[in-house]
Design a protein around this ligand. Structure first.
Ligand SMILES: *[C@@H]1O[C@H](CO)[C@@H](O)[C@H](O)[C@H]1NC(C)=O
Length: 205
């Protein structure tokens, strides 16, 4: 009589968080559903300070993306959301890219950004954004952000996936060994332009 009740109570207490969350175990397997769950979690697992500091914008695009996806911030694993920080110098650009697994919301903290996306019927939706403005980029669509202001700009973005993915168009096209002739055929660009972009972006072939 007492024994089954004891088991039920101890089961209830020992399994309290089993379905509440699944802090990612970065040493475990990862698949489309994310990471497997860490056995024990603490408060530290649910906060992340990596977005405090600006990314390094000394690069070709004068911009930096600092992600807080499940790999950097395992606390969001399984929860279907994540964030990132965007820093752009004057004239900086987050080049044309997509997030295959998420829609994105941007919130501009300071500076001025020209942002836009193209729908699958090739219409352009763009907008100049200032401090406090938000804009949404629907899942999977090509989009960009350019600092058109006279100061550095800072924005935070959120995603409705813990692992939104990022595919930067020019890197996919020109930063690998896909032969120039094939790219020319597939894009209508001329070989000289393709070789130039491969040179700048580290591609070969
Ligand atoms: C930023 O990146 C540049 C280019 O890779 C590098 O030379 C520089 O040391 C970096 N700055 C910091 C503060 O890490």
């Amino acid at each position: 009589m007492f024994l089954p009740i004891f088991f039920i109570i101890s089961f209830l207490f020992s399994s309290t968080n089993a379905d509440d969350f699944c802090v990612g175990d970065l040493n475990g397997p990862v698949g489309p559903a994310g990471y497997s769950c860490k056995k024990t979690a603490t408060g530290d697992d649910f906060s992340f300070s990596g977005l405090r500091t600006a990314g390094n914008t000394t690069n070709l695009v004068k911009a930096a993306i600092t992600p807080a996806f499940s790999t950097q911030f395992p606390g969001v694993n399984g929860l279907g959301l994540s964030m990132a920080r965007l820093d752009l110098d004057v004239d900086g650009v987050i080049p044309m890219h997509t997030h295959p697994r998420a829609s994105e919301l941007i919130l501009v903290m300071h500076g001025t950004l020209l942002a836009g996306f193209m729908s699958s019927d090739n219409k352009v939706y763009s907008k100049s954004l200032n401090k406090g403005d938000i804009m949404v980029f629907p899942q999977g669509l090509l989009h960009f952000q350019i600092n058109t202001g006279k100061t550095q700009s800072l924005a935070f973005v959120s995603f409705n996936s813990a692992d939104p993915g990022i595919q930067i168009f020019h890197l996919s096209m020109f930063a690998n060994d896909l032969p120039t002739d094939v790219i020319a055929k597939a894009t209508f660009l001329d070989n000289a332009q393709i070789k130039k972009l491969k040179g700048v972006l580290g591609g070969t072939g």
